[in-house]
Design a protein around this ligand. Sequence first.
Ligand code: PMP
Length: 327
Amino acid sequence: MLESILDTVGHTPLVLLGRMTEGLQAKVAVKVEFTNPGGSVKDRVAMAMIAEAELRGALRPGGTIIEATAGNTGVGLAMVAAVKGYRCIFVLPDKMSTEKISLLKAYGAEVVVTPTAVAPDSPESYNGVADRLAREIPGAWRPNQFTNEANPESHYRTTGPEIWEQTRGKVTVFVAGVGTGGTISGVGKYLKEMNPHIKIVGADPEGSVLSGGTPKPWKVEGIGEDFVPKTFSSKYVDDWVRVGDTESFQVARELARREGMLLGGSSGTNVAAALRYARRLGPGQLVVALGCDTGRNYLSKFFDDGWLIANKLTFTEVPAHSVGDLL
Ligand code: PMP
């Protein structure tokens, strides 16, 4: 029996792809982070940032966590706050989906919605409001995952060693996208220390500046940036693979239909990059791609055919089932 739900964070499975790697000589495996209780890799980061703030005395009993995020980090923070009795306030722009707001509220968090149509540095912007609340509320603490070293550190301590142990040191390539860069920097640092020949590959949406592309909007959530985050160490990245929205969503849907893995769009980007990279590799190579979050977050988005059509992202779907001998 476990002390709390937090004891189930991490130790996620590493699962080989089967049908999607037919014809490839290299093996491709996915680190499936949806088995974390909050449904994403960010549970690890939320736990680590809160533990570090408690240790420093920045977050004390009865304290309030204030962050400007509606994403997976928010869910992780709200879950940890629920277990530890902290108040949690999220400040979000009004374009966020109602599902995301409901999810945070379900964990007991408070949500403040701010207008999207203001300048990013305005006091009315979601960051401006989060800053003001942090100043006004006694005992308030802002985790800021984009500058918090506990973020990459959590992957150096947990995700990296898990991949090394689960592959018995046989991993040859690791593929992940960059949001804050915490995952790729922490895992990259650990794996390179264990074996400097391991290749670390960044999977970047077309339009993100991280891989040196021309900036333009993209639809995959959680990865790609228009700035270089402090938590990202580019020195660990050997190669970049750039993936468009269509390919990312196509691969994410194929993962559900042909591998039974219901993952999000950024996992689609990572696996698409891993498959493309693996095509150039021979036998004995083992590519590990990060499966960042559950696809349940996106049922009304790229898993919905109408949404794909509305966003001009149509493609021919790979048949889900094999054609039998009798046909
Ligand atoms: N995928 C999703 C769905 C995410 O929410 C995030 C975090 N922004 C990432 C990938 C990227 O992870 P990291 O912040 O560690 O670079």
